[in-house]
Ligand binder design. Structure first.
Ligand code: BG6
Length: 473
């Protein structure tokens, strides 16, 4: 018997866009919301956190999604979105993170967002924790280094599942969970500076997050039998810089660092290569019998962000030659980069999709992909817009490779572009690093009307969705 795979995207493919609460909502202290770690990160990852919130933090206002969500969701509907990925700000629901009673005003806001999505027939995809740990949990407990956060996170999850469970099918436990290896404060709410944080404490924090993720998965299945729960990781294929077998092994080691998170989420236990890393580095984790049982609650699907690949080498002198991409490594001499130095590699997306599918045999969801660029608002046919052909090219080329992966037999559930509307950048906290199909009139100095203007890519993406990707070339 011969099996044929579709040469296009499957029927029901979930097309859409993605954002995170702290990068768009604003209203950082409204209606009982507590502070999150983002409120002391006015420069993203560029400088150390501040003591208290400062007014130069663009995230205090974001793009004012808190008040303009209806207008924005209507624009997403105009593009034909089937799905919208957004995060819930933990500190809107539990302002400090460790209270017993949630903040009703915070819960009511997401009711309104869900109402609006329902009105337009858009499926919600909810990230439970997206780089916005309540600041109190960071400061009072040193973030996820403390086992107590498992319980606080579980209480938060239960609150969300009971409140929104009938309306939300797709849930992601932690955004880019593997990024805690690189950004312990933004990702794990751990204030200890990275160079002072021991491997022991870092991996204990990771263990707590993994247990919390597994417990959330079990709880989701109990409270909402129809729910689909996914992990979310930064996907960044690591290529050997040369065919030298030592470079291949160096690439393998580097890839293991991220694979571990997917392996544990999909197989329910620690992989051998990570146990070896613990043994050889004197890391002894506190793992209880209950933890081991909890970890067996594996995810239903794997979601990931994909922006770039990287290279690795065993030759230290070559490592000095460039900064590499977001998670390190060395730059690929064959690839171009974005204005922010992120190397562009559409074929890497096909590689990741095949690789993850073969490794985990779980449905995959591409929940972030896009290009941050310096857009220019111009007047065309009497309206203001942005002629962002570079964005169209970028997304087209990545989707063509996703389509190739579907033809390879990979099960892909959907695709949500990152920053479907302009928002504040996570790493640099700039407005000028724009990703959207919709331009938002706000500048790095905080000026601007907050007016929305569809870009050229807006109409293009609408056609991509309307043709279920058939028009991609
Ligand atoms: C991902 C994050 O790392 O990349 C998002 O999940 C982030 O929060 C996105 O915005 C793009 O990164 P940046 O730094 O350009 O905003």
């Amino acid at each position: 018997m011969t099996t044929t795979f579709p040469a296009t995207f499957p029927q029901g493919f979930l097309w859409g866009g993605a954002i995170a609460a702290n990068q768009i909502e604003g209203a950082f202290d409204k209606d009982g919301k507590g502070l999150s770690i983002q409120d002391v990160m006015p420069d993203g990852l560029q400088t150390s956190p501040t003591e208290s919130p400062t007014e130069d933090n663009l995230k205090q206002v974001g793009i004012d999604f808190y008040h303009r969500y209806a207008e924005d969701i209507a624009l997403f509907a105009e593009m034909g979105f089937k799905v919208f990925r957004f995060s819930i700000a933990w500190s809107r629901i539990f302002p400090q993170g460790d209270e017993e009673i949630p903040n009703e005003d915070g819960l009511a806001f997401y009711d309104r967002v869900l109402d609006e999505l329902e009105r337009h027939g858009i499926e919600p995809l909810v990230t439970i924790s997206h780089y916005e740990t309540p600041l109190h949990l960071a400061r009072a407990y040193n973030g996820w280094t403390s086992r107590k956060l498992i319980g606080y996170y579980e209480r938060y999850c239960r609150t969300l599942f009971e409140r929104y469970g009938a309306r939300v099918r797709y849930w992601l436990t932690f955004n880019e969970i593997n990024s805690v290896l690189h950004f312990p404060f933004m990702s794990g709410g751990i204030p200890t500076p990275k160079d002072e944080l021991s491997q022991q404490d870092l991996y204990q924090a990771i263990h707590h997050e993994l247990v919390a993720s597994a417990r959330a998965t079990r709880l989701a299945h109990e409270v909402m039998p129809h729910a689909q729960v996914g992990c979310m990781i930064i996907a960044m294929p690591v290529y050997p810089l040369t065919p030298d077998p030592s470079d291949v092994v160096a690439a393998m080691h580097s890839a293991h660092a991220s694979y571990a998170f997917g392996d544990i989420h999909c197989r329910g236990k620690y992989p051998g290569y990570l146990l070896r890393h613990f043994r050889e580095n004197g890391i002894t984790l506190d793992i209880t019998a209950q933890d081991r049982e909890d970890l067996e609650n594996t995810v239903d699907f794997v979601s990931f962000s994909y922006y770039m690949s990287t290279c690795e080498t065993a030759d230290p002198s070559k490592k000095l030659k460039g900064k590499g991409n977001l998670l390190g490594g060395v730059p690929n001499p064959t690839l171009e980069a974005s204005e922010w130095g992120w190397q562009i590699d559409p074929q890497g997306l096909r590689v990741v999709l095949n690789d993850y599918w073969e490794r985990w045999q779980k449905p995959l969801f591409i929940v972030e992909n896009g290009i941050g660029a310096m857009d220019r608002l111009v007047e065309a046919n009497g309206t203001k817009t942005v002629l962002d052909d570079y964005r169209i090219d970028y997304i087209n080329d990545h989707l063509v490779q996703a389509r190739e992966a579907v033809a390879d037999g990979v099960n892909v559930l959907g695709y949500t572009t990152w920053g479907c509307i302009d928002l504040v950048s996570a790493s640099t906290a700039q407005m000028s690093k724009r990703y959207g199909f919709i331009y938002v009139d706000r500048n790095d100095d905080g000026t601007g009307t907050l007016e929305r203007y569809p870009k050229k890519s807006f109409d293009w993406y609408r056609t991509v969705i309307a043709t279920n990707g058939a028009m991609l070339q």
